[in-house]
Design a protein around this ligand. Structure first.
Ligand code: DLL
Length: 436
């Protein structure tokens, strides 16, 4: 009981105490990383920095950024800051070249992760009285296990369905009287549609909350799920590099996402210049992990665009809020919770002989759910060879794209010379998504 009230009290900490805690943790994690990660030490040296260069929180601005490419360059364990014997868990998320990026956790790191997800779910009004279905994928993706341990720590009854097998998910929701679900917003829309097909109206089930994240979603989508399922939808944010889900979450005021600043130090920068921007201005979110020791991230550029919302939330929590994340400053897009880079699609297409580098990716959205379609030109030879009999080749290309990206993508094979050519940089992605 006491642990719990201390835990929740952190959300209401006054800013002096918070900053003192952040600085102490910041200094410790920088020293730890400097001492244990050669890659990071070399980078600091390049800028004539040592751990002693950081004496105040503002000094953090002197430190170099870390980026996703750093994780790729050091794949798989080059950023480990503890001996492998202290690592108890690995997760991974998809990368541009087929190689994932890998993240590692010590036992204590997992406790931090569990704590933030526990706080996040409590923040949404959930408690040990609730039955929580976790339909984020379990496995290398951080969604499933991250939500799972946090919900268990809260004392909720967890139904670990993972993703997929949609009809069974609906049956269990109904039979177990599930009150809350954790999944991607696009999967929840699919659940609503499938339920309707079997004659089940979600509004009549006991489910009252959805903890949705892992991909951008809009106000329109919120309205749709709230109306069609009779639930309250909460936006949860996170990324593997930082910890997984639980970096930030909405409270019942739904005026932005409270960021767990005692564990993740946020900055907003101008993505072009790298300059730190004041609260209220939109830019790229940069995070420093203050209490994660296996693979700390120092000034990690998330590529997610948002702002720190100035002022205090009506719920009384003092930890600051970020705005809903609506877009990214790189070309990664997220389809059904899966991170996809155009270069992955390109690599998959070109690994099948008979396709050409002339392809076009089109992103659309429907009911707030993102979709991707790909057109690719065949080589003249292949085109002639196949004639009307494209089906088998089409299956081959589709299977390759699915195996590289992890999602099924609609592929259209087109005749040579069909797609528009560009005189400058090729425009490979047409984004027709409507954002509200
Ligand atoms: O998606 C972790 C997660 C799991 C978050 C479950 C929330 C719920 P990654 O696969 O590494 O980790 O993808 C991280 O997903 O940089 C954002 O671009 C995007 N993202 C995550 N949550 C949200 C959100 C997980 N609520 C990347 N809104 C991040 C918008 C989000 N984008």
């Amino acid at each position: 009981m006491e642990r719990k009230s201390n835990l929740y009290a952190m959300d209401f900490i006054d800013s002096d105490h918070l900053e003192a805690m952040q600085l102490e943790r910041m200094k410790k994690i920088i020293r730890h990383t400097y001492n244990n990660v050669e890659f990071y030490r070399n980078r600091m040296k390049k800028y004539n920095l040592t751990p002693d260069s950081v004496k105040t929180l503002d000094d953090v601005e002197k430190l170099p950024f870390m980026v996703k490419q750093d994780l790729r360059d050091t794949y798989p364990f080059g950023l480990l800051a503890v001996p492998q014997s202290e690592v108890v868990r690995l997760h991974a998320s998809s990368g541009t070249t087929g190689k994932p990026i890998v993240v590692a956790y010590t036992k204590d790191d997992l406790k931090v992760w569990t704590e933030v997800v526990h706080r996040a779910l409590h923040n949404c009004g959930l408690s040990n009285a609730d039955i929580v279905q976790v339909s984020y994928g379990y496995g290398l993706f951080t969604g499933g296990l991250g939500a799972h341990y946090g919900a268990e720590d809260l004392g909720a009854t967890v139904v670990p369905t993972s993703g997929g097998n949609t009809r069974r998910q609906i049956m269990l929701m109904r039979d177990f009287g599930v009150n809350a679900i954790c999944c991607t917003p696009s999967y929840f829309i699919h659940l609503i549609d499938e339920a309707a097909k079997t004659g089940i109206d979600m509004r009549e089930l006991p489910i009252r909350a959805g903890i949705f994240g892992a991909e951008p979603w809009t106000a329109g989508m919120r309205k749709y799920v709230e109306e069609n399922a009779g639930i309250e939808a909460f936006d949860i944010y996170g990324l593997s590099e930082i910890i997984g889900p639980g970096v930030a979450i909405e409270c019942p005021c739904h005026e932005g996402l409270h960021l767990y600043e005692d564990h993740f130090y946020p900055e907003i920068i101008d993505p072009d210049t790298g300059k730190v921007l004041p609260d209220g201005e939109f830019g790229e979110l940069v995070l420093t992990t203050l209490s994660k020791y296996a693979m700390p991230m120092i000034r990690y550029r998330t590529r997610d665009l948002t702002r720190i919302i100035p002022g205090r939330c009506a719920c009384g929590r003092t930890i600051r809020r970020i705005d809903r994340i609506s877009s990214r400053s790189d070309d990664m897009f997220i389809i059904r919770g899966v991170n996809v880079f155009p270069s992955q699609i390109e690599a998959a297409l070109l690994s099948v002989a008979g396709t050409t580098p002339n392809y076009m990716i089109t992103l659309t959205n429907d009911k707030g759910m993102d979709n991707v379609a790909v057109e690719v030109e065949l080589s003249q030879e292949k085109f002639n060879e196949l004639g009307e009999n494209q089906a088998a080749f089409h299956r081959q290309v589709s299977a390759m794209v699915e195996s590289v990206t992890g999602i099924r993508i609609a592929i259209t094979l087109v005749a040579p010379g069909t797609l528009p050519r560009s005189e400058g940089k090729a425009k490979r992605v047409i984004d027709k998504r409507v954002r509200d």
